[in-house]
Design a protein around this ligand. Structure first.
Ligand SMILES: [Zn+2]
Length: 324
């Protein structure tokens, strides 16, 4: 009797365990989504005429949080910040990892430096010397005088970044002069991306999360296009600025929601309409991505694989510059 009871108890426990495992296997894979409002606090990020990147990323991220909670009520949404505070990227990655995130979405605002102009106005005569000692001679020469000024960079559009994990051996300082999409304060306290540890981490990230990051990035850019925005594409980079993506143990994307340095886009990024459209586009993409990843895989069924072309920021074809 006692043996029978023990056996049935054991069986119950075993079945209960089995049931749980089966449920876990068929349950959603994406249970926690981390939303990271880029910059914050002392790190204001890029600046426009009247707004800052830190302020805009927080406003957009809070709208995104609300929309994701409505669209995906069974999913936990974790914000890296909900106020104007500063975390360095290492802290942001730590939050994402500690919360057990299944997806990491960074919201940023892009910037392009003003365009420098130079115009010859006149020549002036200056006195110069040549030779040394006794042979030193005074002479005059004419030098050009230029007028210089800067005009706002008209560049606009969205882009979504994934970490260029397979390009670790390339020069880490790949930041182009006109591409200061991260402020210097955000890249402090970041390990050298060419260190052996970082390279191992990057390779691991590449194997596990790169494909899904590109999938989501592609979906986000497609949604932006659907909402009438200009997409600069899915790009990959490996410099310190987006180290945070590589340091997360989950697929991760960094969304550049528009250029604060473009007057029209700064207005759009500050408008309720613009912020809602941006948050909606990201929400729709995350919903589609989650549906794709959570769908039970049946043998022989199409995987829904979308092989997106990943462009390099260093590739001149990748970023159309119609204003140049
Ligand atoms: Zn930024």
């Amino acid at each position: 009797m006692r043996m029978k009871l023990f056996t049935s108890l054991l069986l119950m426990i075993l079945f209960a365990g089995e049931g749980l495992t089966a449920q876990q296997k068929t349950g959603p894979k994406i249970k926690t989504i981390i939303v990271d409002a880029g910059h914050g606090g002392t790190d204001v990020g890029a600046r426009g005429r009247y707004s800052t990147e830190a302020q805009l990323t927080l406003e957009i991220s809070l709208r995104l949080e609300k929309m994701l909670l409505e669209a995906l009520p069974d999913t936990r949404i974790v914000m890296t910040r909900r106020t104007d505070i500063y975390h360095n990227v290492r802290e942001k990655a730590n939050i994402a990892n500690a919360e057990g995130g299944d997806l990491f979405v960074c919201v940023h605002v892009n910037a392009a430096p003003g365009i420098k102009h130079r115009e010859l106005t006149h020549y002036k005569t200056v006195t110069a010397y040549k030779g040394k000692g006794k042979s030193r001679k005074k002479y005059t020469k004419k030098v050009p005088v230029y007028k210089t000024w800067t005009t706002p960079n008209p560049r606009y559009g969205t882009s979504t970044y994934v970490f260029a994990a397979d390009r670790m051996d390339e020069k880490a300082s790949g930041i182009l002069d006109d591409e200061r999409f991260e402020s210097a304060s955000e890249v402090v306290d970041v390990p050298d991306p060419t260190s052996p540890e970082a390279m191992i981490k990057a390779r691991l990230w590449s194997q596990k999360f790169f494909k899904n990051s590109v999938r989501l990035a592609t979906m986000i850019e497609n949604e932006f296009v659907q909402s009438g925005r200009k997409s600069l594409g899915v790009l990959q980079r490996n410099e310190k600025g987006i180290w945070v993506l590589q340091a997360t143990n989950m697929p991760a994307v960094l969304v550049e929601t528009g250029f604060i340095t473009n007057e029209e886009e700064e207005d759009y990024l500050n408008s309720e309409k613009g912020q809602i459209e941006i948050a909606q586009a990201i929400t729709r993409a995350v919903m589609n991505y989650k549906a794709l990843i959570d769908a039970p895989k049946t043998p022989g069924a199409p995987t829904g694989k979308t092989e997106a072309p990943v462009l390099s920021a260093k590739d001149p074809v990748a970023i159309p510059r119609e204003e140049d």
